[in-house]
Design a binder for this molecule. Sequence first.
Ligand code: PLP
Length: 273
Amino acid sequence: MRIWVNGGLRDADDARLSVLDHGLTVGDGIFETVRTSEGRPFALTRHLDRLTRSARGLGLPDPDLDEVRRAAAAVIDANPVPLGRLRITYTGGLAPLGSDRGTGGPSLVVALDGVNRRPDTTAVITVPWTRNERGALVGLKTTSYAENVVALARARERGASEALFPNTADRLCEGTGSNVFVVLDGRIHTPPVASGCLAGITRALAVEWTGAEETDLSMDVLADADEVFLTSTLRDIQAVHRVDDRELSPEPGPVTAKAMRIFDERAGNDLDP
Ligand code: PLP
């Protein structure tokens, strides 16, 4: 595997960052995951916009987007895979212990690995921990993902692939790495960004392309919804067949199936929507 680290491509074994990188010592970093199909990234411009927004939110210097595009192209070229996960990580950089900020300039790492196409349906659990809709990091895609790691491990223990969080007001928020949608009386709803969820790029496209409504939802909606689905860069739209102990249809329901078709068609026709 060839990885871009601070200005050039390196073999994975020689790709090095300082052990005092602020991203490692305190989680002062941001990232984007971009899907690639046959060497072409999907929605790269939206991902780079969010990377810049996250950098500003965290007080990091704006990333040089020309360099990020060059790095992404080089990594995609060097690692040919049919379906890929391109990971762009941008951190505070080298910082003496105890310092508030990196002093050596930010670090840019771009890597890519091959992934399998996700199954059409999946199981999810709900977790008792909360997203903080009033937190300083809300809406930023930071590398401080340890809470998601814990929640995802809980999901895996229960044979599920995703864990859904309420926010501090006990309203439905999002998954560890996905946004959530429900179908009620034939209409599609998803929690608003004010719930504390990440402004997912797939979420925004699904709202635009399916006419889904942004609605403040209680956690109980998961017990009543006719259909539930997730959106994320690597899942696109993925139907949910189980929420905790509640079994839903084993196949994507009619509204979800239609949303999946619309998404595949629109995304197939426009790689940078
Ligand atoms: N919510 C969280 C916490 C995420 O980490 C992600 C993606 O990684 C999403 C939602 C979905 O966002 P996107 O569709 O941009 O991948």
